[in-house]
Design a protein around this ligand. Structure first.
Ligand SMILES: C[S@@+](CC[C@H](N)C(=O)[O-])C[C@H]1O[C@@H](n2cnc3c(N)ncnc32)[C@H](O)[C@@H]1O
Length: 232
């Protein structure tokens, strides 16, 4: 039996929280997260092609992408996604292929479906961050990138203690305050095809990071095995 502590996140709590956030989300989190969204969209745009945005929410970042990118969006919250659907219709965003209610941890897309997987302010809101990152890597094509904007918890000190104290309240709002960069680093170290490309501080207060992971392309996998053969 999986017994959750009062600091763990579960899908029911998260879904309930974002149903409450949906009507006011853009007002509360629109401007404050704008720089991070712009940076993530710019990074995704450098790869281009078919892009999956996970935790697309109200679709606030969809108009920022180039019209050349083909966009798919998923979110676990139907009320948040309804806002995204309205935005796509109002702005006539013809490059949006589709928006689906879907759990980030169980994406119903085939392997290697996307050139880029983007998730802004999402990883600290899912119950199983590492399993979710595995799903992102699965649906990503070799040579593609995972582009995240994520809150990064402190490793030690007063901020770490505060984040620990605030975690039970944050859970009810639908996110984690405690999430060190070490979790991302360990996930990448255990994922043979994935490597860290970039980590950059983002506002507000530099407590957020833009993080890019690359998936090894078929050519570089060949290069690697040839190098190993030559060395052996
Ligand atoms: C903090 S909001 C971020 C929304 C948007 N990406 C932005 O830039 O503002 C987190 C979003 O992730 C969604 N989410 C949380 N857990 C999820 C899951 N397991 N699968 C899919 N979406 C999830 C929430 O419903 C919410 O829309």
């Amino acid at each position: 039996m999986n017994i959750l502590s009062n600091t763990d996140l579960d899908s029911f709590t998260v879904t309930k929280a974002y149903a409450r956030w949906a009507p006011v989300y853009d007002l509360v989190f629109g401007a404050v997260f704008e720089r991070g969204r712009q940076a993530a969209v710019a990074a995704a745009g450098r790869i281009g092609g078919r892009i999956l945005e996970v935790g697309v929410g109200t679709g606030i970042s969809l108009p920022l992408y180039s019209s050349n990118c083909r966009l798919c969006g998923v979110d676990i919250s139907a009320p948040m996604l309804r806002k995204a659907q309205e935005r796509v219709a109002d702005l006539n965003l013809a490059n949006v292929e589709g928006l689906w209610v879907m759990d980030a941890e169980h994406l119903s897309f085939p392997d290697k479906s996307f050139d880029v997987v983007v998730a802004q302010y999402v990883i600290t809101t899912v119950p199983n961050p590492e399993a979710t990152l595995d799903e992102f890597a699965r649906v990503l094509k070799p040579g593609g990138e995972i582009v995240l904007v994520s809150r990064i918890g402190a490793e030690a000190g007063l901020r770490r203690s505060l984040e620990h104290l605030l975690q039970p309240a944050a859970r009810k709002l639908g996110w984690r305050t405690e999430f060190s960069f070490g979790r991302y680093a360990r996930w990448a170290a255990q994922s043979p095809d994935m490597h860290l490309i970039e980590r950059r501080a983002m506002p507000p207060f530099g407590h957020f990071n833009l993080i890019r992971f690359g998936k090894v392309s078929a050519e570089s996998r060949l290069d690697r095995s040839e190098a190993v053969r030559a060395a052996g």
